[in-house]
Ligand binder design. Structure first.
Ligand SMILES: [Zn+2]
Length: 91
């Protein structure tokens, strides 16, 4: 599964990559770790769910993120290419 995205200023600041709904439906649940290829480098990332009220208090929902290892830098406007290694590290 290849995931491509343009990093926002917020994602760069958090060091996390927002996962769109069509993608997270195909991933293991939040808390799981998956092995990914990130620009050619194999990295362990965790999947995190964060409660959010950006659509108003009556529509609470969750945002899902890939959390990268601390030393991995993201910058605003970066076009990322991330490939989830099927079956690898999925629990
Ligand atoms: Zn939201």
């Amino acid at each position: 599964m290849v995931y491509k995205r343009k990093i926002s200023a917020e994602e760069a600041m958090l060091g996390k990559i927002l996962i769109t709904k069509d993608m997270w439906k195909r991933l293991p649940p939040p808390g799981a770790k998956v092995q990914v290829k990130f620009h050619g480098e194999s990295l362990p990332v965790s999947i995190e769910a964060v409660a959010c009220t950006c659509r108003g208090p009556l529509k609470p929902h969750e945002h899902y993120y890939f959390v990268l290892p601390e030393e991995t830098q993201l910058y605003s406007g970066q076009s990322i290419h991330l490939e989830v290694e099927e079956g690898a590290g999925v629990s």
